[in-house]
Structure formats: C-alpha cells, structure tokens
Design a protein around this ligand. Structure first.
Ligand SMILES: *[C@@H]1O[C@H](CO)[C@@H](O)[C@H](O)[C@H]1NC(C)=O
Ligand SMILES: *[C@@H]1O[C@H](CO)[C@@H](O)[C@H](O)[C@H]1NC(C)=O
Ligand SMILES: *[C@@H]1O[C@H](CO)[C@@H](O)[C@H](O)[C@H]1NC(C)=O
Ligand SMILES: *[C@@H]1O[C@H](CO)[C@@H](O)[C@H](O)[C@H]1NC(C)=O
Ligand SMILES: CC(=O)N[C@H]1CO[C@H](CO)[C@@H](O)[C@@H]1O
Length: 638
C-alpha cells in the first residue's frame, strides 16, 4: 500500500489541551507456561518495556501489570468467551500520593521490568472450567512527567494474548491470615490501633452525614452532581442505598489488618469478605479527616464490600482532569507532527483533525459510557479533487501543525451531562504520495485520550444565519440559483429512477453489488427505504445556502435540519449530472438527513466506495457516496 519512499515516515498526532513535550511509550507482554496443572501453579509474567527515547517513571498502580497485588489486572477468556470470576482485592490508591511517595518504576530507554502474577490469588476458574485460556493485561499505565503531572499512557501490546491450558484444581481458598480471625486488629501497633479507632469513629459520622444529606436532598445539588454526575432519581437511589448499607455497619466492629507495607497504597479489601480492611503505608500519612483522609479511606473501602453495593474503582483521585466551565469553552487542540524524514502532503479531510469543520471528528465518552449527541455537519468531499486543488497541508520533516476545535460546534452535552469526559480521535490520515496517489497513513498517537471535566452550560444554539429562514436561496447569485434549480430537478430524477430500478430488481445485479455489496433482501430493503424517502421529498422546495466558500468541499448539511443544504466551492465546478456532479451531490447530502435514513460518510470517492461494498456491505448501505454513485450510475451498470 505504501510506496517505498514513505515506508519509514509516519505522523505523530496529539490530542491535548496542554502540550506535553516528551512522548512516553511503553510496550507490554504477557508470557508464561502453556500448560498448567492446578490453578495455584497458574502464573504469568508481564514484561513492561520503555520503547520511548527518554527515561520514564511509571506508577506502580495496583490495578496494573507493574503491581503483583491480586487486583483485576487481566482479561482472561476461554474459547467459549467465558471468564473466571474475580476473587481478588479492590484497593484505595491516590496516584498523586503514590507519585510523591516515589512509588514508581524508573525505566531507561530500552529497559524492561518483569513482574510475576499468581492468577489463583485473583481469579476463580470453577465456572468456566478446565481448558485453554487467552490472557491479556490491562495496558493503561500512568507516567509521572517532568512537571510532576500524571499522564496516562497506553502500552502497545507486544504480542497476541498469552495462551495457556488449565487442568486440575480450578480455585484455591484465600490464604488464612496468620493471626486469629476474630481480632479487631491484625499486626497493628497500639499507636495505630488508636489512630484506627479515631478514623473508624469519623468514618461512621461521615457515613451518617452523607446518608442524611442524601435523604434530605432529592433533587440536583452541586455536591451530588460533582461526584456522581447528572442527578437522576435512579442514581440518587443507588448512592443512597450504598450509604445506607455503609452507615448500617459498625466500623468499630471491623477487622483492621496492618500487615500491608506498600507506601503508594492506602488500603484494600476483598469485596466478598465483609468487614476486613487491610491498611497500607499511605494510610498512616493521611490526615484523620478531609480529602483522601483515613476516615475517607474507610468509606471508600467499605463501599467496595459486596454487601454494601460493591463499587468499582473507575477513576482514582479527584484532581487531574482540567476543568472546563460552560461548553462553549470546551476546546481541544490537535497537533500533527511529521516525524519522518521526508516532506508530506496531508489531505485536509473535513472528517479529520486537520480540519476544524464541526464534523464528527472526536470520540467523546463520560465515565458512565455516555456520549454527547452529534449536532454538527456532514460533508460531500472528493479526496482526488481536493488533492488536485491544493486541499492539503505540507509538513516538512519535524514540522507540526496545530488545529483548535470547538467541541460545542459539533456536540451537544445536554443528555450526557456534566462530568469527566475522555476525548479520543481517529489516527487515520490520507497523504498524497510522489505518484500523486492518495494513500492512508495511520499516525502514532502520542496520547491516546485527553480528559477534561465539564460543568455549567452543556449546549449552545447552532449559529443561525443572518438571512431569512424561509427563502429557498441564501447568498446565491442569480446565476447560481439557475444552476441549483437545474441540479435539483436532475437530483429528483436520479432519486426517482434509482427507486424504480430498485423496486424492479429484487435479486442480485451488478449495479447493486458494485455499490452496496452482496445482495441480501435486508440490505435491498434498507436502500429502497432511503431512496423512497429521498424521492418523496422535493428538491425544488429545499433551502440552498451559498455562503460556504471552501474550494475543497462540495456541500454539507446538518443531518437534523431537513431540507437545508450548504453548497461550497467545489460544487460550482461540478457538472450538472454524472460522477461527483451537482445533482449527485444533492443525492449525497439529502441521504444524510435523519428523515431520509441518516447516512454516514464512511468512505469518500468512487474507488473507496467500491472497495467498501466488498469489505463492509453493512457500512456501504449506510454510506452517502455509495448512494450518490448508485444514483449517478456512471458508467451505466445494469
Ligand atoms: C469458586 O467459585 C465457585 C462457584 O463458581 C464457588 O462455589 C467456590 O466456593 C469458589 N471457590 C473459592 C475458593 O472461592
Ligand atoms: C485455614 O484455616 C482453616 C480453618 O480455620 C483450615 O482448615 C485450613 O487448613 C487453613 N488453611 C491454611 C492454608 O492454613
Ligand atoms: C529516510 O530514512 C530511511 C530509513 O530510516 C532511509 O533509508 C532514507 O534514506 C532516509 N531518506 C532521506 C531523504 O534521508
Ligand atoms: C470511543 O471511546 C471509548 C472509551 O474511551 C472506547 O471504548 C471506544 O472503543 C471508542 N470508539 C471508537 C470508535 O474509537
Ligand atoms: C448491595 C445492597 O444494596 N445490599 C443491601 C443494602 O441494604 C438493603 C437493606 O437495608 C438490602 O436490601 C440490600 O440487599
């Protein structure tokens, strides 16, 4: 796919609001024996290697592969897709405290560290049974950078999953504590016992106060939304039930085990073992009350007990994510760097990070897995034409380009709510090679996701244009109005004849398979429904807006604004009918309207659309250009 001259070239892409100079990079490998008799012998080794150019400090996060603690570090699946049940521990851990305590592993460039994990301590294989398992490790690590910021780094998996066959015993009992089970304290000095008694009493008050607050505030409050996100009565009930259970227990009757000495960790519990809390090094340095205090830690740990609701640790600590107040200030910057040794021409694809048009460029998810709704635009764009008309960015070796994106132009956060969001981005670019061919190039992501916490206003109205809403033409000269009328009439014929063709060809035909892939009755029905809807609209009654001047774009729409099409520079140079014509562009754009089926732009261009039909017909039947080319039918296929 790549020409020889570009084989060694790649682009680095960062999606960051704060620039980070170094770009840490790690690899991760899971290895071990391939055949294991009895689960207590089921051990795997993780190898973490610094594949970057600078020394890194990697936090010994208890959830991760650098720590031996029996947390849920691995994804283990047998051939049927079944997983062992997790029987290990949940830990209270504050990354910034651990960083300050020096609880990290220093790796020079090229250096590796190996950690052995005993799977029997964390997993019970009884239900899935004997057999072959695939094992992969959580690849999220946290690196302490030069400014002491803690930044996430996703390690590259160095191999496919480790495969091992398990037979014999499938679960082992948890090792007994060396001391009596009934004691309230295990290996705690009398000073520590005193501290624990104080903390237990404060934790009991915390739980009682939290419960009474929740019982008396049954609507949105800033205390609730700050920690648990948008107020819903179901979420309120869940949190209230947790505190009700925590408060109903008696901290003074718990068992506290002081044998853990890890200075980066506060405490841990086995969720199924109600009432036993293991305290570690960081606990003893914490204040009795306040942020990440001893009492707070006891609340955190008690919430993990299955009997209390069994919370998970999705995010540790309360700082870290930059705060954004009001969505119109929610901006991210992408930095694209040519890290190769040859000059590159990178297409300014409107779907990608080199363009700040409000297309669906980002993958934005909050902690509940909710995404904001996309409210931006969908565009008609032909890469080959953009390449010819200079619609690309030239990057010399080492050169970077920064593009700022205003997320509120493209996304509405009203339903996903306030809270922390992860923002990811596609690393696919298209470059023009020395033979003027357009080839895909995947950038190396310097940081996988950017995180930010959003509060305040969650959506902004779309900019309304200055012209009357009712007119058919906005900012169109009379010459252009004439061209549009001709195109609208041709588009109407395209839609009608596409529909007639589809209704009279209910089996496989060359024309169908070329654009939509293998014929199935279901796929045929989907495409018929799109053209049926397009045909029943009236292109002559649409609103056409001529204010877009970008010469590399044909047209765009807001999918939820039926009947308004924005026409751009390339549109005026297109023929009235035929491939990538004015009429075809109107077919493309109208297929995007939600009312017409809401197609996407999975692929742009003739060749790519034909390839999509072969490689992914499920996408082809929802791809706008596939509809346009089917309707244009040029050259004619039967
Ligand atoms: C392992 O899980 C099974 C249920 O699948 C349970 O009956 C058994 O007690 C568990 N074993 C241990 C040691 O926890
Ligand atoms: C743990 O304690 C139980 C009963 O108290 C005993 O039967 C068992 O043998 C002990 N296990 C170990 C590994 O010492
Ligand atoms: C670019 O790097 C590759 C290998 O890394 C090398 O073969 C090639 O000669 C270099 N090209 C230039 C122009 O320096
Ligand atoms: C979007 O991000 C979420 C969470 O970060 C991830 O699970 C999902 O795979 C991503 N989707 C795409 C299409 O990249
Ligand atoms: C997980 C959970 O919610 N456990 C218990 C909490 O307490 C109530 C009664 O107070 C129980 O019904 C729940 O099972």
């Amino acid at each position: 796919m790549f020409s020889n001259t570009l084989r060694a070239t790649f682009i680095a892409l960062t999606s960051l609001a704060i620039a980070v100079s170094a770009s840490p990079s790690l690899s991760l490998k899971v290895s071990g024996v391939e055949s294991v008799n009895n689960v207590e012998n089921f051990k795997v080794k993780t190898t973490i290697t610094n594949t970057g150019a600078e020394t890194v400090k990697v936090l010994n996060d208890p959830r991760g592969a650098l720590s031996k603690m029996p947390t849920d570090t691995f994804t283990i699946t047998n051939t049927k897709g079944d997983k062992p049940s997790f029987s290990g521990i949940k830990v209270k851990y504050v990354p910034s405290t651990a960083a300050a305590a020096g609880s990290f592993t220093v790796l020079a460039p090229g250096q590796s560290v190996e950690v052995e994990h005993s799977l029997a301590e964390a997993y019970n294989f009884t239900a899935p049974g004997e057999g072959a398992y695939d094992i992969t490790a959580n690849n999220l690590f946290y690196v302490v950078d030069e400014s002491s910021n803690i930044v996430p780094v996703y390690a590259q998996h160095d191999s496919n999953a480790h495969k091992a066959k398990l037979s014999g015993r499938l679960a082992t009992p948890r090792p007994n504590s060396t001391l009596a089970k009934r004691a309230s304290f295990v290996s705690c000095s009398s000073t520590r016992q005193t501290q624990l008694n104080t903390a237990a009493s404060s934790a009991q008050s915390y739980a009682a106060l939290a419960l009474s607050y929740l019982n008396s505030h049954t609507s949105s409050t800033s205390r609730f939304t700050t920690w648990f996100g948008t107020y819903t009565s179901a979420h309120h009930d869940t949190v209230t039930s947790h505190f009700s259970n925590i408060s109903g227990g008696s901290y003074s009757s718990f068992t506290y085990d002081c044998t853990c000495t890890d200075s980066g960790t506060y405490a841990y519990v086995y969720p199924g073992t109600y009432g036993t809390i293991y305290l570690c090094g960081a606990f003893w340095n914490a204040p009795n009350t306040g942020t990440d205090s001893k009492a707070g830690t006891l609340i955190h740990e008690a919430s993990h007990f299955t009997r209390n609701g069994g919370t998970q640790d999705y995010v540790y600590g309360q700082s870290g994510d930059p705060a954004v107040h009001n969505v119109e200030n929610f901006k991210v910057k992408t930095i694209i760097t040519n890290t190769g040794n040859e000059t590159l021409k990178v297409l300014n694809d409107p779907r990608g990070t080199l363009s700040n048009m409000p297309t669906n460029t980002f993958n934005i998810t909050n902690e509940q897995g909710d995404q904001p709704s996309f409210r931006g635009i969908k565009i008609k764009y032909v890469p080959t034409n953009a390449a010819k008309s200079g619609g690309y960015t030239i990057l010399a070796p080492g050169q970077s380009v920064e593009v700022e994106h205003t997320l509120s132009d493209a996304y509405d956060f009203a339903t996903s709510g306030q809270g922390s969001y992860e923002i990811g981005v596609s690393n696919l670019f298209h470059i023009i090679d020395s033979f003027s061919k357009i080839v895909p190039m995947y950038a190396k992501l310097e940081s996988q996701v950017h995180r930010a916490k959003l509060s305040g206003k969650l959506s902004v109205p779309r900019p309304t244009n200055r012209f009357a809403r009712r007119t058919n033409f906005v900012g169109c000269s009379s010459a252009r109005q004439t061209q549009i009328s001709a195109a609208a009439s041709a588009a109407q014929s395209y839609a009608a004849s596409a529909l007639t063709y589809l209704q009279s060809h209910t089996s496989t035909t060359k024309r169908f398979t070329t654009w939509f892939g293998a014929y199935t009755a279901n796929h045929h029905e989907v495409v018929v429904s799109h053209f049926n809807l397009m045909n029943s609209g009236h292109y002559s009654s649409f609103t056409y807006d001529c204010t877009c001047t970008d010469s590399n774009l044909y047209a765009y729409v807001y999918a939820d604004t039926y009947g308004t099409i924005y026409l751009c520079g390339s549109f005026w140079n297109a023929p009235n009918t035929g491939t990538n014509s004015k009429a075809g562009t109107l077919i493309h754009e109208s297929s995007h309207f939600t009312e017409n089926g809401g197609t996407e732009d999975f692929e742009y261009g003739l060749d790519n659309s034909m390839s999509l039909a072969i490689s992914n017909s499920d996408q082809a039947i929802l791809n706008a250009d596939s509809h346009e080319y089917f309707a244009e039918n040029n050259p004619a296929l039967s």
